[in-house]
Design a protein. Structure first.
Lengths: 267, 360
């Protein structure tokens, strides 16, 4: 399948600081790619350049064979949906009103089924009339994810498979909702969408992504298959943590930090 | 308790009334407020004489009918029309500004946008008068709204560039910068007062307190096109302002042309505030109180919030002006004093609520 997103030698320099340095990346429809790396590795900056929000200082980003900067915001929103890391809502919009913002202003009747499906998928149907600022951080994050799913579906109805970009979508979610969210993203990939997600949980990345991109000090440290890309040597180099990598019975690798002392018994 | 059960235990939101009902209800109240405003004043005109005075009935038998007509058509109606339009402009521009800054405490008067307009208007009075004499003075009528608009626009742009960085707007910096800008503008007004002659001084003082006593048909006529423009433009930015609540980056991701939205909003707020200031001086708090009350009642979606704010602002301003010309009759209380007396405590109440939510 041809690549939906092509980034060539993308760099971002602010002052003398090089936040992202010559990253090449291609993502095709139908695959889910996880970006991992230590804090300050340039993950969010890279994602914002791929989404068209930031112009790279050097290099190019192509979305559906066109320079990402050549789209109008409205056209772009129909090609890719992106969920930012921290979204803070000041005014008392309801969950439903927030999710409807993903429809791009199309008629309420036409977008109704999309909104309903997304609310159901994130498990917030009963919260539709609640004001967003009164919900917990995790519930708010799920509402925003539902909004982004509606945007993705609206665009895909017009242009076919698009692109879903997620910046630490699981940061305030409990274990069950982390898995629910990543599975939702996984289902989109299986439907033909190109999914790119920044994940902090390496185990989630190794379980659900097709490929893993390791970013370190703005550069690609490694990129490849989810089973083989992460090694204990790389983790020691990037995160300065000793880990053991094991395998589950079904052959999925997982990672155990070794420098952490186990809790003493009786506590 | 798990997350879901905990959330379900919290109170549900109150039901919001349907949009057409809200608009119709507010319009009815506006008509009532205007009718009351017509009847009271230095020359009382009872309801019974109102139809004749308005020219709706041909019965001019009452001895005061001619005087009633004169009072209504040349003094009271232009003033009520101006009051309603000024109130509508101030409240709607407050709502737009709050949407733009994602901050319920934004108000053109509070953060110096009105002061910037008043300073430019005062400068126009002093400089056109002293430099060019009578030839330019006759143009003051056209010049003042324009000067006030330019002053408000400059203030809004400065404020935005200070308070907004990297797509985020700091509430604390926004309010503090507004305070500083208002102080600079007020110092400028003080300087103009210092150099002004007696006649200019009288004209400038009018801006400092805010009053509609100078409202005439031509002044009301300068408000109307801006109000019409604001109405049309607000329809096109309503959805953008809604989505902007997510932040600039997320609004862009959602397909909003954020730069265009910001430009339109800034020019609108400046034009609306500037022209209102040029007619009635600096009147604060209408822009905070009205949208805040409406958000509680009808929700924050701007498609309904903006027109509803305009109507409720018109109601409040008509009422406040009626009070201002009756409570100390035959003298007049400047309307800015009334709105501040009601609005400032209200502002403090919002601030206390916000303190808990944002850690301000």
């Amino acid at each position: 399948m041809s690549a939906i997103l092509k980034a060539r030698a993308v760099s971002m320099t602010i002052g003398s600081a090089r936040l992202v340095d010559g990253v090449d990346l291609e993502i095709s429809g139908g695959e889910m790619v996880a970006i991992v790396g230590p804090n300050g590795a340039g993950k969010s900056t890279l994602l914002r350049m791929l989404s068209g929000d930031l112009r790279p200082s050097r290099g190019s980003v192509e979305l559906a064979q066109r320079d990402v900067g050549s789209y109008s915001p409205r056209e772009l929103a129909l090609r890719r949906a992106m969920l930012s890391q921290h979204v803070h809502v000041t005014f008392p919009f309801t969950v439903e009103e927030i999710v409807e913002m993903g429809t791009g202003g199309r008629s309420r009747a036409a977008s109704r089924p999309l909104v309903e499906a997304a609310l159901q998928e994130v498990g917030l149907e009963r919260f539709r009339d609640r004001q967003l600022p009164t919900l917990s951080g995790g519930e708010q994050q799920r509402a925003h994810f539902a909004r982004v799913l509606v945007q993705l579906a609206s665009g895909e109805a017009l242009h076919g498979p698009g692109m879903l970009l997620l910046d630490e979508p699981t940061s305030s979610l409990d274990l069950r909702h982390q898995i629910d969210l990543v599975e939702s993203a996984r289902r989109r990939a299986e439907g033909g969408t190109a999914v790119l997600a920044i994940l902090h949980d390496l185990n989630l990345a190794m379980r659900f992504a097709d490929r893993i991109v390791l970013l370190h000090r703005g550069r690609l440290a490694a990129i490849g298959d989810r089973r083989t890309t992460i090694t204990s040597e790389l983790i020691r180099e990037l995160f300065e943590v000793d880990v053991a990598i094991r395998q589950t019975d079904d052959g999925v690798p997982y990672l155990l930090p070794q420098t952490m002392q186990p809790a003493p018994p009786g506590r | 308790m798990n997350v879901t059960a905990e959330a379900a235990a919290r109170p549900a939101r109150s039901l919001r009334p349907a949009a057409p009902l809200v608009i119709i209800g507010l319009l009815v109240v506006l008509v009532l407020a205007a009718a009351i405003a017509l009847t009271v004043g230095a020359a009382g005109i009872p309801f019974a004489r109102l139809p004749a005075a308005l020219g709706l009935s041909a019965d001019l038998s009452h001895p005061l009918a001619a005087r009633d007509q004169l009072v209504l058509w040349s003094i009271r109606i232009p003033r009520i029309v101006a009051a309603a339009m000024v109130g509508g402009l101030l409240a709607a521009s407050g709502a737009i500004m709050q949407g733009l800054f994602r901050n319920p405490l934004a108000d053109p008067a509070l953060v110096g946008v009105s002061s910037g307009g008043a300073f430019a208007a005062a400068a126009a009075i002093v400089f056109t008068d002293s430099r060019f004499g009578e030839t330019v003075r006759f143009m003051q009528h056209e010049l003042l709204p324009l000067a006030a608009f330019v002053g408000s626009l400059a203030t809004t742009i400065i404020l935005y560039s200070i308070a907004s960085r990297g797509g985020r707007t700091s509430i604390a910096i926004f309010l503090l910068a507004g305070l500083a800008i208002a102080a600079i503008a007020n110092a400028g007004i003080g300087l103009l007062v210092f150099v002004a002659d007696d006649r200019q001084l009288r004209d400038i003082t009018f801006w400092l307190l805010g009053s509609l006593s100078g409202a005439t048909w031509p002044k009301a006529a300068t408000l109307a096109p801006v109000l019409a423009l604001a109405f049309v433009a607000s329809l096109s930015i309503a959805r953008g302002l809604d989505v902007l609540v997510l932040g600039e980056a997320e609004a862009f991701h959602s397909g909003i042309d954020v730069e265009r939205l910001k430009r339109i909003s800034i020019v609108l707020v400046s034009a609306m505030t500037g022209v209102a200031v040029s007619v009635c001086g600096v009147v604060g708090f209408v822009g905070i109180v009205v949208p805040h009350l409406l958000r509680l009642a009808i929700g924050p979606a701007h498609r309904l919030l903006l027109p509803a704010s305009a109507i409720l602002g018109a109601i409040l301003m008509t009422g406040a002006d009626t009070l201002s010309r009756t409570i100390v009759a035959p003298a007049e209380m400047p309307i800015g004093i009334l709105t501040a007396a009601v609005g400032a405590p209200f502002f403090l109440a919002i601030l206390l609520r916000q303190r808990g939510l944002t850690g301000l």
